[in-house]
Design a protein around this ligand. Structure first.
Ligand code: UDX
Length: 445
């Protein structure tokens, strides 16, 4: 099939590249000329394992093109994908201006009947708005469908090629048939729904996963008070198939481009129909507070942080990505600087992005993990990169001024910590706490 993908962000680029790898002819479009030029040269604008190899292969085999010319891309496309950003407005609602503009341009450019798939995350009812907009700008028939995206950064290609399920929301039998045909090589688990339900499935899924994370983080906070171990609790809970073991890793809270944005948007969507989504509001609040436990724990070990040198390992919102959108590291570093601490930071791939995105922060960026830790009063591990898990506590101790460690992602085991001189604090594992001067006042910020 001939596919046009509009928007070369995470979702658009990965989907386009994967479809080309399945043998379809794909043209990826973006307004950002510099990005398209880079993609044409084989440079990938995001860090995503395996993506460059697939781009190189499929461009060399002439199935994958990049252009800024939307009209050229959509003219003969059997299916057009809208995968442009829907960032948060200041009130938490999704900003639909980019997708509306792109849909209008599509309507003005098509020269045949076609299928338009909305891949961007949009509030319930948006597909209908887009359909009305398109109808008013073209005489051709455009069959609309909502096919939400569930890929995770860092495993985007694997998730796209082996999805748990594909959701197709459409009223058009023709669009349904073509989209089932397109996705059948990926999975037999294809769920066909009405359009509004498909739009809702995306928000509900992300909100539910965010809820699981905030839930286990609160259980971790209680474990710290009652002397239980959250990793064992999560394992015991997760073995119940009704609960499931994934997304029960306690830490410093979720970040990234989806969970923070989509939880806020769903709260807004509910608000518009006079529904107060209390549970989800608490999920968001808990997630915010969880970040500050790192500061509380540092203060429990070091007392006043003024003038202290604090090493930070991990700036992206999770491992295997250079994405720093809504990363917990940002708020933690801001708090440290506000308290007069000096921050030395290291990340295997996200440091440049972090520096560019938060240029006002007075942070010393270091080229290696060791250099960030040298002569620091304490180390905080904020992202569970493999690289950090391979470093021994002996090495870390030899670099630090004093052996103080806040392990925000529980990467070290009891075995590794026992017998060391570290003052050590992790998340929800109070039996491993060592060298802490005072009890932590929980959730009192
Ligand atoms: C998420 C969804 O998983 C994906 O389906 C959707 O399409 C986009 O949003 P992503 O943001 O890439 O994907 O990352 P994910 O692996 O889901 O992690 C999100 C955040 O939750 C990270 O900050 C991660 O550290 C945190 N997390 C995840 C936890 O704190 N504990 C867990 O058990 C799982």
């Amino acid at each position: 099939m001939k596919l046009a993908v509009i928007g070369t962000g995470y979702v658009g680029l990965v989907s386009g590249v994967c479809f080309s790898d399945l043998g379809h002819e794909v043209i990826c479009v973006d307004k950002a000329a510099e990005k398209i030029e880079r993609l044409k040269r084989g440079e990938v604008p995001i860090y995503e394992p395996g993506l460059k190899a697939l781009i190189d292969k499929n461009t060399a085999e002439d199935r994958l093109q990049f252009t800024t010319d939307l009209a050229y891309a959509v003219k003969q496309a059997d299916i057009i994908w809208l995968a442009v950003g829907t960032p948060s407005l200041p009130n938490g609602e999704a900003d639909l201006s980019y997708i509306m503009e792109a849909a209008k341009e599509v309507a003005l450019s098509i020269s045949q009947d076609t299928i338009l798939v909305v891949k961007s995350t949009v509030p319930v009812g948006t597909n209908e708005k887009l359909e009305n907009l398109i109808r008013s700008h073209t005489g051709h028939t455009v069959a609309m469908a909502s096919v939400p995206e569930f890929l995770r950064e860092g495993s985007a290609i694997k998730d796209t090629m082996n999805p748990d399920r594909i959701v197709i929301g459409t009223r058009s039998p023709y669009a349904q048939m073509k989209l089932v045909e397109l996705h059948e090589p990926l999975t037999s688990n294809i769920i066909v729904t009405d359009v509004r339900s498909a739009e809702m499935i995306k928000y509900a899924s992300n909100a539910f996963l965010a809820t699981k994370i905030s839930f286990i983080n609160e259980i971790a906070n209680i474990c710290e008070k009652v002397g239980a171990d959250v990793t064992m609790v999560a394992e015991g809970m997760g073995q119940d198939r009704r609960i499931g073991s994934s997304f029960l890793k306690a830490g410093i809270g979720y970040g990234g481009s989806c969970f923070p944005k989509d939880t806020q948007a769903l709260i807004q969507i509910a608000g518009h129909v006079d529904y107060d989504f209390k549970l989800l509001k608490s999920v968001v609040d808990v997630n915010h507070d969880q970040r500050y436990n790192v500061i509380r724990k540092l203060e429990a070990i070091l007392g006043d942080l003024h003038g202290k040198s604090i090493a930070i390992w991990g700036l992206s919102f999770k491992p295997e990505t250079d994405d720093v959108r809504d990363t917990p590291a940002y708020e933690i570093i801001v708090s440290l600087l506000e308290r007069g601490a000096m921050v030395r930071a290291y990340d295997p791939v996200a440091a440049d992005n972090f520096r560019r995105s938060f240029s006002a922060l007075d942070v010393q960026y270091c080229p290696t993990a060791a250099e960030a830790a040298v002569q620091a009063d304490a180390l905080c591990i904020l992202t569970e990169w493999d690289e950090f898990q391979r470093i021994t506590l002996n090495d870390i101790q030899s670099w630090l001024k004093s052996p103080n460690l806040i392990d925000g992602r529980n990467i070290f085991s009891e075995e590794q910590v026992t017998g060391t001189e570290f003052a050590y604090y992790s998340v929800g594992r109070p039996n491993m706490n060592k060298g802490v001067k005072e009890q932590i006042p929980l959730l009192s910020l």
